[in-house]
Structures are given as structure tokens and as C-alpha cells.
Ligand binder design. Sequence first.
Ligand code: CTP
Length: 487
Amino acid sequence: MPLKIFVDSWQEKLQYVNNYKQALSNNIFKVISLAAKELQLESYVIGGFVRDYILQRGEHKDIDIVAVGSGIELAKKVSSLLPHKPKVQIFKTYGTAMLRAYDMEVEFVGARKESYSEESRNPEVETGTLEDDQNRRDFTINALALSLNDETYGDLLDPFNGLQDLSAGVIRTPLDPDVTYSDDPLRMLRAIRFASQLQFRIEKDSLQAITRNRNRIKIISRERIVDELNKILLSPKPSVGFSLLHKTGMLGLLLPELTALEGIDEIEGQRHKDNFWHTLEVVDNISENTNDLWLRWAALLHDIGKAPTKKFDENLGWTFHGHEFVGSKMVYKLFKRLKMPLNEKMKFVQKMVYMSSRPIVLSQEVTDSAVRRLIFDAGEDIEDLMTLCEADITTKNPRRYRRYHNNFKVVRQKIKEVEERDHVRNFQPPVSGEEIMETFDLKPSREIGVIKDAIKEAILEGVIPNEYDAAREFMLQKGKEIGLSPK
Ligand code: CTP
């Protein structure tokens, strides 16, 4: 049913078009065409550029060119014909070459009979025809090619009805899926990523093949896996991709922390929610409000500490005490395992997970000092934290839904007021450590920290305003209390 809805009239019309000269209006194509003619070989644009042009997804800046002959020679010829003679980068092991021109990155490869998988790329393989090459591509929608040859310039070469699959929104492999996926197991993840990015469905045999072959994903480098996971997370509705990962059994191999959240337990008639499906809702919610990859990661991981901390308490029912702390520690292990960056991005995700319940607790009683502490602890990330908490509201009860959102509105308003008045977001103590040393004639020592902390606490608690005079006065008084006198 949704399939038919997806078929927009322009896509149906496109099925009758077989000349795409318009797609080739950038000068680079004319130069490639000329270079290929001089070398007396055929050349074609293939892959993502053609797919995204037809889908009208905006200009695809990476162009893939197939030459029926040497891709490297073609790249060199193209460079020699261009006014700025761009540098040709040659990847000998893969038999490919790349250059930049007219704001585009152009990759050249010779048509081959063998697969394109990085693992098996071998420049020595037998040269093939365009169709041999198309056969060995991942999906019918990525095997569409446009001719750059004089007599057929702009013609679409579509031996597997890729256009039809594009209009119907289907991911299908050109060959038997078991063959295509074993050529390069990363393609299993790519299938799911494209389904999520384009909101397509994966054709049945392909989905079964992914489920069958899922363990082969283990031979793929973690960097390439993470690239695909990031693209799934950045897609309009990431739950499409994560549900497919779950359905094919791949999720348990890649992110077992998430599958551990699945399921509902019941003891003495008390149940907790299924935190896996809840998490996917949270990720979809947040994706409506942010394109920040790391905030989306935070949404995906915000509850992972709930699996190891789950307990049933006679009086309290289901509890997940300390899951935020445990979860933030798990973020580090997960990032490390997947070879993701262990830098400030990871720390941001950890911080979001660690603080993910703070605004909720606070929304029950919004005091000035609690708000000041929240702003102080979250610092510049306060907005992101609020966005995460709002996305976390997945109740299906409309009254509660409204109430929770209203509570957060109150918190946001309070944050604004307190921030305008007290400026604690980038808290810099109004009295510095140097001033404390100078005033009491101290060498670096523990007392300085004690006084500084006391000033900070007094400001956060609202005992004194966040101002110099009040802080200096407080410092003198505190110094006196611990037996110091000004020099
Ligand atoms: N390809 C393939 N198998 C892979 C990777 C790529 O067959 N594992 C082929 C596909 O024809 C693909 C083309 O190489 O269209 C270019 O690959 P890539 O640049 O990785 O992807 P795009 O399809 O261009 O899409 P995107 O830029 O969105 O990743």
C-alpha cells in the first residue's frame, strides 16, 4: 500500500524518459566524453550520481565513471584536457584513479568482470563490458549508467530495471543476493542504510539473504561499519534502519547493548516498558529536531545502562538505579570497540547519557538553585540536553504527553530566566584563585580550593549573586571561618 503512495507522478513519467542529457550539463562530463573518444574507449557515469539525479536528491558531488578499458589512463587524459590540470590520484591496488574538477570528485575505474568489493579488488582482473560491470554492482538502483559516448550521449543503460525499482522504492541486487552479498558483505549494511535514507523497502529474497549471511559482516572493518551506522542515524527516520538491523539479526552483532534492552518483564503484575522500541521512538523524535550526529547517538544510547541495572523491588516495582552513570561508562566501551573517535564527541555523548534524567527529576520541582546547578553542569550543552529529554517523551497517553511537554516548557522558561539573571552557563568564578592567594598571602594550597568551591556553591545555591563584590565579601568571610586573615 505505501508503495503506490510513494510513486510520485514525476517518477512514473521518468520511466518513459531515456535521455538524460540534462543530468550531464556540468562541463566535466563533456571533457570525460572527449578524453574517452581520444583514447577510443567507451565511458559511462554510474552509481550514486545517476540514482540521486533521478530521485532529485540534490547534486551528488561524487561521480563514478566506468571506462571500458583503463580507468587510470582515462583519468590522466581527462586531467590533461582540463585547464587546471588537476592532480590524478592513483590507487594501484584497486586499479582506480581520482581527480577533482568543477567542485566534483571524480573516480575512474575500468569495467571488470569481477566484484568491486574492496577486499577482492585486484587490478589484474580481466577487463569486462559495461554490463559485466553493472552485474557486479550492489543494487539495481546503483547499477544505472548514463552513456558519455558520442552517438548515445545521455542514454540510460538499465539492464536490471533499476528505474522501476527506484520508482517503486525497492532495494534489489542485480544478481542472486547471496552472490552480491558474499562479494562484499558490507553491502548488507548498505542495503539497510539505503532503505533508511531513501525510505525504500528491501526486496524479500535480499532480506532473507542478509539474515542468512549476517555473520559475514564480521570480516568488514569497523570504520566502514560505523560509516554506515552513522548514515542510518542521519537518515530522516532512523528507526527504519534500526528495525531492519534488528529484524535481520545484525543489530545484535554490531550493537548488542541495544538488543539487550528488548523485552518486557512482568513480576507481580508490574511491567516495565520495552526500552529497545522506546529507544527507537526517541531517536525518531530527536531526528525531527536535530541533524547533529552525536546528539542522535546520544538518543540511541541514552538508556543502554538500563539492561545491566534492571531490578525488581517489592515496594518500588521495576528500577534502573544509576543507569545513567553505568550507561555513560558503556558509551566509552562501545565507542572503543567500534573504533569510533574517543574525543570530545564521545565525551559529549557520555555527558548526555549521564545527564539524561536530570531535567526530568527537576521538572517535578523547578527551584532556582536546581536550575542553576543544571545549567552549571550542562554548560553549553543545556539546549541539547533539553532536546534529548523532550524526545524521550513517548507516552501514548495524550494527557500525560501534554503534561510532560508542559513541564519541560516550564523548565526551559526557568533556564532562560535564571541564565539571564545569573549567567552560570559558562561559569567563571567572580573571584579567581590568584586573588584568593594574594588576599590571604597564600602559596598554592588546599585552602584556595576550599574557598573557591564555597563561593561556587554559594552562587549556585543562591546565597549570593554571581557578582564580584558579593563574592569578594563572601571570600573574606569564608577565609575568616577557616582561620585566615587578609594580609
Ligand atoms: N558499490 C558497490 N558495492 C559497494 C560499494 C559501492 O557495488 N560495496 C558501487 C555502487 O554501484 C555504488 C558505487 O559503487 O553506487 C559508488 O559507491 P559509493 O560512492 O560508496 O556510494 P554511492 O552509491 O555513490 O552512494 P553514497 O554516496 O550515498 O554512499
